[in-house]
Write a protein that binds this ligand. Sequence first.
Ligand code: ADP
Ligand code: MG
Length: 503
Amino acid sequence: MSKPTASLLVQGYEVVIGFETHTQLATRSKIFSRAATAFGAEPNTQACAVDLALPGTLPVMNREAVACAIRLGLAVGAHIAEKSVFARKNYFYPDLPKGYQITQYEIPVVQGGSVTFFLDTGKGAADAAREKKTVRLVRAHLEEDAGKSLHEDFIGQSGIDLNRAGTPLLEIVTEPDIRSSAEAVAYAKELHKIVTWIGICDGNMQEGSFRCDANVSVRKPGAPLGTRREIKNLNSFKFMQQAIDYEVRWQIEQIEDGHAIEQATVLFDPDTGETRAMRTKEDADDYRYFPDPDLPPLVVARDWVDEVKAAMPELPRAMAERFVQQYGLPEYDATTLTQSPAMAAYFEAAAQASGQAKMASNWVMGEVSRRLNNEERDIAEVPVNAGQLAALLARIADGTVSNNAARQVMDALWTGEGADAQVIDARAQIDAVIEAKGLKQVSDSGAIEKIIDEVMAANAEMVAQFRAGKDKAFNALVGQAMKASKGKANPQQVNDLLRKKLG
Ligand code: ADP
Ligand code: MG
C-alpha cells in the first residue's frame, strides 16, 4: 500500500477506515419467505409465519436476491463463489424472533473485487485536483434483516414491528483501505451509484435501504493497525463525514491523553455531533456461528452468472472510459457525467445531436447541473431537453451567439419562455429565442471594423501605449470594442481585426 501523504495526516496520525455497507435488495419478497418487502406498511402486516419464526416453518431461498448478489459481484469485478454457505449468527433481541440471523460467514457468495472512484479535493473541477482511488472489497454476503423495535409512541413499553424481518440484505465489506472522511464519503457515494445503477437497491438512505458502518482507527504512520471503533448505521453522507471527523479527533485525543482505545460499537448523534459508545464489541465467538441446517449450500451455476452478465447494463466505469475514447473527454468529465444513467443519457443525446461533445459536457456539468442543484431538482426533471441543448450548442459553435448570450437563452428556456406550442423543432425554437432577445452575435466584419475604428479614435492614448509595447493596452481596447457592441461582437473577430489595424 502507498505511503500516506503528509496532507492526509491528522495531527501526525494516519486515519484507517473500513466500511461495512448494508444494501437492502430491491426484491419484491423477502429473502427466505413470500412476504412483501414494501416500505411503510402498517406494523406486522408484512410478516408471515417464517418471519415470525413460528415452529415448523422453513426458509426457502429467494432466487432474485441471489441474482442481485451476482450483479454486484460482476459490477465490482469480484469472484462469484460456485458454492457458498448460509450460517446462523446467534444472539437474543426482541426484534429477532428466531434467536439467530441467517447470514453468510465463512464462505460468502461474492469474494474480493474493488471500487474505484475520484476524490474531489475541493479545489475545483480541474483535473489536477482529482485523485483516483481504489478500495479493495473483502466480500459481499447475503443475509436477512431483523425487525424493528419502536420506542416512540409507547410509554414504558416498546413496540415490535416485524415487517422488516427477513428483508434481503447484501452486506458489502471493504479492506481497511480508506484514509480520510472525504475518501469514506467518496467511496460510499460510488458504491451507492453502483448499486442503484445496476438496480439491486433503491438507494433510499432515509428509509434505510443503504446503511453504512464505518470502522475507524488511527495510528502513527508505519505503526501496526490501531484498535477500531465501529460507527453504526450512518444513513446520510453528511452525517458520515461529521461522525468520522468527530471519531478521529476523539481517538487522537484519547491516545494523546495516554488512554488506550477500546474496541467498541458507537452511534453518531446528529444533534450533538458526537459519537457515543453503544456496547463493547462482541467477538465472532460470541455469536456461535454454524452452518444453517435448514438451508443447503447455495450453488451458483456458471451459466447463470453468464446469463446475468449478458443482461447487465453498461457500468458507470466502463461508460466513463467509453466517453473518454469516443468523445475525447477528460476523465473527470466522463466520471462526472456518469453519475446516473439519466445524466449520462442526457449528455450523450446532446453531444450526438450537436456534434460538440466537449461543449455538451461543459454545459451539462456547468450550466445545467448548477441550475438543477439550485432548484434541488433531479436530471429527470430537467426543463430543457437534450435536443434543445444541442440546438443551442450548435448556435454557439457556428458563431451565432456568444457563450454569454447562450446562457441568457438557457435562462429563457429554463423558465419556459419560447416554449411556443407551434414551435416543435428545437432549432427553430432556439433561433426564435435568440431573435426575440436580440442576442445574435455580430460577425459582420464591416460592422465590427466600424466599431474598432471608433474605439481606436476615442482611445488614442491606449493605442499609443500598445504601440509603445504595453501589451495590456490591447485587452483594454478589446474590452472597449466589446462594450461598444453591447457584448454582441464576435470576440475572436474583434481580436483579429484589432490586431490587424494596430499593425
Ligand atoms: P468483524 O467481523 O469483527 O466485523 P472484520 O475483520 O470483518 O471484523 O472487519 C470489519 C471491517 O472493519 C472491515 O471493513 C475491515 O476492513 C475493518 N477493519 C478491520 N480492522 C480495522 C482497523 N484496525 N481499523 C479500521 N478498520 C478496520
Ligand atoms: Mg462485520
